[in-house]
Design a protein around this ligand. Structure first.
Ligand SMILES: NC(=O)c1ccc[n+]([C@@H]2O[C@H](COP(=O)([O-])OP(=O)(O)OC[C@H]3O[C@@H](n4cnc5c(N)ncnc54)[C@H](O)[C@@H]3O)[C@@H](O)[C@H]2O)c1
Length: 124
């Protein structure tokens, strides 16, 4: 299975989050590991780096929307990623697409994959 090249793992200082980070850590993968526990998440980043990933630790509280926005933007800059729409997606962005697909306006659509990603798929 091909892994995404840019991955953010939350709660990554220990437990499941650290295990997920270490599982995806490999050469060519840009990995951001987030947690409120600075020491633990820095250790996770170090272990991921040893597996060949470009890994970086961030002290982020996932209950803080502004902190998430800032950390995602910083990760995009650090990993060379870019979202053409200039912001991360909001739950409402996805809900609107789902509502459209459920509506009569989409009544003649079958078996489509719809990308609601701010245009990120257009980035080479
Ligand atoms: N371990 C299991 O068997 C198991 C089973 C089912 C569900 N879960 C759930 O999966 C999740 C992870 O499990 P775990 O065993 O790895 O837990 P854990 O407590 O070992 O690790 C959770 C990590 O999340 C971090 N964290 C907590 N709040 C945070 C916040 N606001 N922002 C950023 N980081 C935060 C903690 O600092 C910690 O490093 C938990 O919600 C747990 O309830 C675990």
């Amino acid at each position: 299975m091909a892994l995404p090249q840019r991955v953010i793992v939350t709660g990554a200082a220990q437990g499941i989050g650290r295990a997920v980070a270490l599982h995806v850590a490999s050469p060519g993968v840009h990995l951001a590991v987030w947690d409120v526990k600075r020491d633990g998440v820095e250790e996770t980043a170090k272990l991921c780096h040893e597996k060949g990933a470009a890994a970086r630790a961030w002290t982020v509280d996932v209950g803080d929307a502004d902190a998430i926005e800032a950390a995602v933007s910083a990760f995009e800059r650090a990993s060379g990623a870019r979202i053409p729409m200039g912001r991360i997606g909001r739950p409402e962005d996805i809900a609107a697409v789902v509502a459209f697909l459920l509506s009569d306006d989409a009544g003649y659509m079958t078996g489509q994959s719809v990308a609601a990603n701010g245009g990120a798929i257009m980035v080479p």
